[in-house]
Design a protein around this ligand. Structure first.
Ligand code: NAD
Length: 251
């Protein structure tokens, strides 16, 4: 699945799932820009790794929750590369806690990063994508959007919001040649899930028919598919990539 000659922007690209997405899209031939929050050393290491392989990659330090940053970064990339073909909204955080004691700050932080970040970058790219009459928008949701996990009301609200948003935007921009889809990962081995993996990895595996946690590369492969020519007739979908977790309790 070649993305040769294409351009991509990935939020939250310096580690975890976002890093694997940046690597996969660059190795498929795309020029890749990514946004990272704070870890400049990790971002530089990723850029150097991919540049050494001959790929064109650039990093921008920014908060996904900042609309001015999103507008500025998208404008800079469009000036530099002539447009953005693929947008992957991957930046996300958790701040779990039961609603009875959840602070307003923890509610807002999760909504601002996870959901407002998607609004910020989608709105910034839709104008150049509509002018180009082509584009792929891929929003990273979560199976938690539908699970009702206690302690994740802020996270589930943000991810459920992303899925509704994805369907609306797909309807709005389809006639301009732009597809909009979401991916709902299950349990993926990243920093985000470290605490729960340490506490209950074996129990979690028993609930997954494929009997393993996902890797960031499992999600990156789904992103590559949705960005590829082969997915040109797929829009408004949520692609679940969870080893069968949402089928119900594993046997
Ligand atoms: P992670 O914590 O390893 O990485 C999250 C990335 O988002 C980091 O690069 C971080 O710097 C970036 N980020 C966080 N806040 C940001 C902000 N305000 N501005 C810019 N960047 C910011 O987590 P991950 O597991 O790689 O998660 C990536 C995405 O996948 C998230 O949206 C997460 O909700 C989703 N997801 C993860 C899992 C899982 O099991 N790991 C499951 C379902 C969904």
């Amino acid at each position: 699945m070649s993305l040769s000659g294409k351009t991509a922007l990935v939020t939250g690209g310096s580690r975890g799932i976002g890093k694997a997405i940046v690597q996969t899209l660059a190795r498929a031939g795309a020029k890749v820009a990514f946004v990272y929050h704070s870890n400049t050393a990790a971002a530089d290491a990723l850029i150097n790794e991919l540049k050494a392989e001959g790929h064109e990659v650039v990093g921008y330090q920014a908060d996904a929750a900042s609309k001015p940053d999103a507008d500025r970064i998208v404008e800079e990339i469009c000036e530099k590369w002539g447009g953005i073909y693929v947008l992957v909204n991957n930046a996300g955080i958790i701040k779990d806690g039961l609603l009875a004691t959840m602070t307003a700050e923890n509610w807002s932080a999760v909504i601002n990063t996870n959901l407002n970040g998607v609004f910020n970058y989608c709105q910034a790219v839709t104008r150049p994508m509509m002018s180009a009459r082509s584009g792929r928008i891929i929003n990273i949701s979560s199976v938690a959007a539908n699970f009702g996990n206690p302690g994740q009301s802020n996270y589930a609200a943000s991810k459920g919001g992303i899925e509704g948003f994805t369907r609306c935007l797909a309807n709005e921009v389809g006639r301009r040649g732009i597809t909009v889809n979401a991916i709902a990962p299950g349990f993926i081995s990243t920093d985000m899930t470290e605490a729960i993996r340490n506490a209950a990895e074996d129990t979690i595996k028993k609930q997954i028919p494929l009997r393993r946690l996902g890797n960031p590369e499992d999600i990156a492969a789904a992103v590559l598919y949705l960005a590829s020519d082969g997915a040109s007739y797929v829009t408004g979908n949520v692609l679940t990539v969870d080893g069968g977790l949402t089928l119900g309790a594993g046997m």
